[in-house]
Design a protein around this ligand. Structure first.
Ligand code: SF4
Ligand code: SF4
Ligand code: SF4
Length: 256
């Protein structure tokens, strides 16, 4: 069984402790200005949206069959058995296909940095691997964000709706969308009011990506070879330049 997060907006108090804990976990800056920002960004992996006295979290859904990973030509994004969709910056060549492919608009790019990376919530993959809840779930004072086995959380969400039908929209967002996600959502307001798409297929999106690409002869092998070549040349140039000047390579610079 894989792990998941269940966010129940009806018990969220909008304290934003999840935002702050996420920033700490990911070594991102967090102050009053960041707290007031109502969008996910390269420096804010999760956001608590407010509508009157109602709240809703947004974060990477860590899809079961992620479109972002399916289009990445160098395998920089990958679904793990535990649930998180992880990102390896040393593989990334900056093509940003993942940003186009994601149906939730999640991956963000560090446009202002000299050595930009794609940034997104990776479901606290290191913590999850060690059996520890995600930072946002651990800090949540009301249990609105809960960490656990996906199957168990799904059953719990069904039971919450069944025993309190007037309190919820009759839908667990993430059970079926794009083939299922590792983030499950419950809400009293329609999900689309917080920008969640309700027109998504219940098939994994990579199926569609494959169908489109397979209609373009030789796109996949040719595109893969070309992009792989660009990636190799870029990295090789950087290594040579670094060697000649005594400067650090991109990888070394990030490790500092
Ligand atoms: S929500 Fe987007 S970025 Fe996150 S795993 Fe799914 S496709 Fe990838
Ligand atoms: S799972 Fe981890 S990375 Fe994702 S929003 Fe929560 S604290 Fe941030
Ligand atoms: S920490 Fe929990 S209660 Fe506070 S805003 Fe986040 S999800 Fe809501």
């Amino acid at each position: 069984m894989s792990k998941a997060l269940l966010y129940d907006a009806t018990v969220c108090i909008g304290c934003k402790q999840c935002e702050a804990a996420c920033a700490t976990q990911n070594k991102l800056p967090y102050d009053e200005i960041a707290a007031a920002e109502q969008t996910q960004s390269e420096h804010k992996y999760t956001v608590v949206l407010t509508k009157g006295d109602k709240f809703m979290r947004r974060l990477c859904m860590n899809c079961a069959d992620p479109a972002c990973a399916s289009v990445c030509p160098v395998g920089a994004l990958r679904k793990t058995a535990e649930g998180p969709v992880i990102y390896e910056e040393t593989r990334c060549m900056g093509c940003r296909y993942c940003m186009v492919a994601c149906p939730f608009g999640v991956p963000k790019y560090e446009w202002s940095k000299l050595l930009p990376r794609v940034q997104k919530c990776t479901m606290c993959a290191d913590r999850v691997k060690n059996g520890t809840p995600t930072a946002c779930a651990e800090i949540c004072p009301t249990g609105a964000t809960k960490f656990g086995e996906r199957d168990e959380l799904m059953a719990e969400a069904q039971e919450r709706i069944r025993s309190n039908p007037g309190q919820y929209v009759n839908h667990i967002y993430g059970v079926g969308e794009v083939g299922g996600t590792s983030v499950l959502l419950l809400s009293s307001l329609p999900f689309e009011e917080f920008g969640y798409r309700i027109d998504l297929t219940r098939d994994p999106l990579p199926l569609y990506t494959y169908r489109v690409l397979s209609r373009i002869p030789d796109f996949v092998p040719l595109g893969g070879v070309m992009l792989g070549g660009i990636w190799w040349i870029t990295h090789r140039r950087e290594e040579v330049a670094a060697g000649e000047s005594g400067h650090l390579t991109k990888k070394e610079a990030r490790q500092k």
